[in-house]
Design a protein around this ligand. Structure first.
Ligand code: S3P
Length: 450
């Protein structure tokens, strides 16, 4: 899907407490990886709880185009993989829609197989930088031909005789790390990725589960992740935990909408993903983590969020950025309802997400009467305290699901509500968002007239 649909305007009305249970969908990062690793294993992988958002459906279609069988059977998704190095050359262009994770991981997965594939995506994805993956993939011997600035559409020619690679990441990106590890699967010998800042480690955990030889150690330059090429990946049964990045929306709504109490069950709380929750606790949020347990190799808990009328602004340490990189938009909304400034530094990466998320949220917050300062890799939201946010603006969602959901949550907690010009992008990661929020008591109305 390439975001060609008609815009779907939606307005969030204030003044309704949110109460109840919010079962958010499966983790997006793990869902992409489950399909891709399933396609690279020999035999049948079964996946429960797969996120059926458009981003993941686009990855499923891509895996079919590379020769894997991918089908939904009742509550499960079944993948018949072709084995490492077994990808066939796709007959048509691979359209990854809105998904940076999809396109970058798939480029990695095919880069060490002697096939050629052309990738494209929607207007948002076609603006995003691909050089960060194609440069390390060229070390394996792959070649990439894209538009100016390393943009899609782009053709990748996989290496015929791939070489193993040792590469230190120049940007803190789990997508780049994962692309290199997936490419390393079909290169002889050991491929090593070094990361200075820990990014989400689902690829490492899942590769282990699929039977790859993977070693992780601290080295002088950072964490060294070594994968041995040409393993026979064993098909798996995968339970996808619920997505902490999607849970952030009902949780944060519960904290800032007066009178609310929201329970979000079975949330994945992998430490490489949980930075938002630590930050919310530091702000004074009434948040409890119940029934902490492990499911499918990932730490999980039920999260209960109660309205918190005395939140304080905080300084978010830059070294926490990678563990909450997708949560800054919704954190900036919570910050607007806190007392005093919230300072977010070391967040340059936000400028190259589905939209420039600092600029997009600054527009939303200013339209709602909140003061924001911003620089290349930092921003400050000047909180107005509980009940202090006017709202009343119209947000441009810029083909970015997280901007759309953040603006609507702001509207629910504000005095005058908030409209978004297009709620369509929410379907990429959280198709049930509007229904789930409405079930909690939120009022979301079609149209953007306030
Ligand atoms: C993801 C990594 C992050 C994150 C994205 C999902 C992943 O991107 O923002 O939503 O699944 O690996 P970067 O690798 O660009 O930081």
């Amino acid at each position: 899907m390439s975001g060609h649909g008609q815009p779907v305007p939606l307005t969030a009305r204030p003044g309704h407490a949110l109460r109840g249970t919010a079962p958010v969908p499966g983790d997006k990062s793990i869902s992409h990886r489950a399909l891709i690793l399933g396609a690279l294993a020999v035999g049948e992988t079964r996946i429960r709880g797969l996120l059926e958002g458009q981003d993941v459906l686009d990855t499923a279609a891509a895996m079919r185009a590379f020769g894997a069988q991918v089908e939904r059977e009742g509550q499960e998704w079944v993948v018949h993989g072709v084995g490492t190095g077994g990808f066939a050359e796709p007959a048509d262009v691979i359209d990854c829609g809105n998904s940076g994770t999809g396109v970058r991981l798939i480029m990695g997965a095919m880069a060490t197989t002697p096939i050629t594939a052309t990738f494209t995506g929607d207007a948002s994805l076609r603006r995003r930088p691909m050089g960060r993956v194609t440069e390390p993939l060229s070390l394996f011997g792959a070649r990439a031909y894209g538009r100016e600035g390393g943009r899609l559409p782009m053709t990748v020619v996989g290496a015929r005789d791939p070489l193993p690679v040792r590469h230190a990441l120049t940007v803190p990106s789990a997508q780049v790390k994962s692309a290199i590890l997936l490419a390393g699967l079909n290169a002889p010998g050991q491929t090593v990725v070094i990361e200075r800042e820990a990014t989400r480690d689902h690829t490492e955990r899942m590769l282990k589960g699929f039977g790859a030889e993977i070693h992780i150690a601290d080295g002088p330059e950072g964490r060294e992740i070594a994968v041995t090429g040409r393993p026979e990946l064993r098909p798996q049964r995968i339970e996808v935990p619920r997505d902490p990045s999607s849970a952030a929306f009902p949780v944060c709504a519960g904290l800032i909408v007066p009178g609310s109490e929201v329970l979000v069950p079975a949330i994945g709380l992998n430490p490489t993903r949980a930075g938002l929750y630590q930050t919310l606790v530091e702000m004074g949020a009434d948040l409890t983590f119940e029934n902490r347990r492990e499911e499918g190799g990932e730490p999980v808990a039920d999260l209960r969020a109660r309205f918190s009328g005395a939140l304080r602004g905080v300084e978010v340490p830059p070294e926490r950025a990678a563990s909450m990189i997708d949560e800054y938009p919704i954190l900036s909304v919570v910050a607007a309802f806190a007392e005093g400034p919230t300072v977010m530094r070391g967040v340059r990466e936000l400028r190259v997400k589905e939209s420039d998320r600092i600029e997009a949220m600054a527009q939303v917050l200013r339209a709602a009467g909140v003061e924001v300062e911003e620089g290349p890799d930092w921003w400050i939201v000047h909180g107005r305290g509980a009940g202090g946010v006017r709202g009343g603006g119209l947000a441009q969602t810029r083909l970015d699901h997280r901007i759309a959901m953040s603006a609507l949550i702001l509207g629910l907690a504000s005095r005058e509500g908030m409209g978004v010009d297009d709620a369509g992008p929410i379907a990429t990661s959280f198709p049930a968002f509007a229904g789930l929020m409405t079930d909690l008591g939120a009022v979301l109305e079609p149209g953007d007239e306030r």
